[in-house]
Design a protein around this ligand. Structure first.
Ligand code: SF4
Ligand code: SF4
Length: 508
């Protein structure tokens, strides 16, 4: 029959299979539409129909449906599909490489608002999984001089154009080994603020050993965003985060972190001190780690897994496939608990709350450009002790990725060249992946081999990412259904508007 909206052509599938994703999870049949971002549950018939439409011509679809669902008329099927198309479904088209490449050239003019300073390329710990240890950055055994730190501040101020709010992230190695230069850089920013009207804020990632009361007071009074690494309980922490001389720093670190949390609270800071743990092949109990850190009174908890890198045969401390399966089932269990807690009107603990924030943020993510999904070379740029600029903190020590220097500026050929290199690899690998608008190619560093070659992600990595997104989508759908009021408040408090859903009539 004549078909208005579907524009069915001889030999073509009814809808483009890359415009949407159909999947089953938790016993439900689901659709994710790339153009609208809508995620919805489907009944058996619609799921079957859409599965057929993505792989068959109109005549073939009608033929199969007539056999499987006798009594369903062609007019009804085409009306249902037209209605979905009328809502904007199935229209997504991947923007071609040319458009993406022209956007990359535009990134060259980017005005950054943030810079990461490697105050120390050395550390008072030697963690088994540390990339700064593995890349050789810490082996430089260097502290950033005041001249380089000042040069980095001047660099960001001059590059930031009209931006008023600027931020420095003090990083390492262990940045508190260079506390004096840190304080001098902060004073210099305060002075510049008077002269230029720019406002500065600060972040610090530390292992907590040198975070004494006096130091924590200094950070709390200035509203620093603090991130302290604590890998769970004593045995887990000490087994993963080794001290060179075999000293047990656990009590010091825990005590210092708890004092910092208390001090920020006393000062009624809007910032919550974050603690961060890593799961490795040696210790990977997600729920036990989360519960332990919650029991210690921490209010912002991040937990990451050390995963194998695509270009390495053996990544230090990375989880095995079997261990990653266990962590994945822990996440699924966590989701069920979150749903049940919210249905019963219970407040979520800090780790569960952060999990929901991540889920909401990813759900609403729509990448304008693949391959450059974070701030590499822009807001994530990192400066080492010599003033060299790298795409982000994880590249520091990898000489093939030096993009320029704070004194001489970025090299256009190196910077644009690197973007294009990523882009070519990721465009080829990811354009047919249904998750590319959310993933965009993932963490760029994880593909970057020290010899400068950019690798594809492993199929296992991508499968896991897509599976996680399916579970997030299902959780989103369940929360809308089972606790709509609470979930709506959660989205609003995270400033995620919900227009895509307002355009969708859920009763259809
Ligand atoms: S999941 Fe894999 S293939 Fe898909 S966009 Fe991410 S990196 Fe690319
Ligand atoms: S996502 Fe990866 S490449 Fe991007 S800033 Fe983070 S660590 Fe660096």
């Amino acid at each position: 029959m004549a078909h208005e909206l579907l524009e069915v052509q001889e030999g073509k599938t009814v809808i483009d299979r890359n415009s949407h994703h159909l999947f089953q999870y938790g016993g439900d049949k689901m659709l994710y539409d790339l153009a609208t971002g809508v995620i919805c549950e489907l009944n058996d018939f619609t799921y079957r129909l859409l599965s057929l439409c993505g792989g068959h011509s109109w005549a073939e679809v009608l033929d199969i449906i007539a056999r499987e669902y006798p009594g369903v008329r062609e007019e009804e099927i085409s009306a249902a599909l037209d209605s979905l198309k009328g809502h904007g479904f199935f229209r997504y088209k991947f923007s071609d490489g040319e458009i993406q490449h022209s956007r990359i050239d535009g990134l060259w003019g980017f005005k950054p608002r943030m810079l990461q300073l490697f105050l120390a390329q050395k550390c008072n710990l030697a963690c088994r999984y540390c990339y700064a240890e593995n890349s050789g950055s810490n082996a430089r055994n260097k502290l950033m001089s005041w001249e380089v730190a000042k040069g980095a501040v001047d660099y960001l101020v001059s590059k930031s154009g009209e931006r008023r709010d600027l931020r420095f992230n003090f990083f390492g190695g262990e940045p508190l080994l260079n506390y004096k230069v840190l304080q001098r850089a902060v004073s210099y920013c305060e002075e510049l603020s008077q002269r230029t009207g720019k406002k500065f804020s600060f972040e610090l990632s530390t292992n907590g050993i040198l975070l004494s009361r006096e130091v924590a007071d200094y950070f709390a009074e200035r509203d620093f965003r603090l991130c302290i690494s604590i890998d769970g309980w004593r045995e887990m922490h000490n087994d993963q985060r080794l001290s060179g001389e075999g000293k047990d720093y656990y009590d010091t670190i825990l005590h210092n972190a708890k004092y910092a949390v208390k001090r920020y609270r006393e000062l009624k800071s809007r910032i919550r001190v974050k603690v961060r743990a890593n799961l490795t092949c040696r210790h990977h109990d997600l729920r036990k780690t989360a519960e332990y850190l919650e029991d210690q009174g921490f209010e912002d908890i991040g937990i990451c897994s050390v995963v194998p890198l695509c270009y390495e045969d053996e990544t230090p401390c990375a989880l095995t496939e079997e261990q990653m399966d266990i962590v994945d089932s822990d996440y699924e269990q966590l989701q069920r608990e979150i749903l049940s807690d919210l249905e019963q009107g219970k407040r979520l603990g800090p780790y569960r709350d952060r999990y929901i924030s991540t889920m909401i943020a990813l759900q609403f993510r729509a990448m304008p450009l693949m391959g450059i999904t974070c701030g590499i070379g822009r807001n994530s740029s990192a400066v080492d002790c010599e003033g060299n600029i790298y795409p982000c903190h994880r590249y520091v020590g990898m000489e093939k990725y030096i993009m320029g220097n704070i004194f001489s500026g970025l090299s256009p050929s190196r910077t644009i060249g690197l973007y294009h290199k990523y882009h070519q690899c990721i465009l080829k690998e990811c354009s047919g992946c249904w998750a590319h608008k959310i993933c965009g190619g993932g963490c760029a560093w994880e593909r970057a081999a020290p010899d400068g070659i950019i690798y594809n992600k492993t199929s296992s990595h991508c499968e896991r990412f897509r599976k996680t997104m399916e579970t997030f989508m299902w959780l989103d759908k369940e929360m809308r259904k089972r606790c709509p009021g609470v979930y709506s408040d959660m989205r609003k408090s995270r400033r995620r508007d919900d227009e895509r859903f307002n355009n969708w009539r859920w009763d259809e």
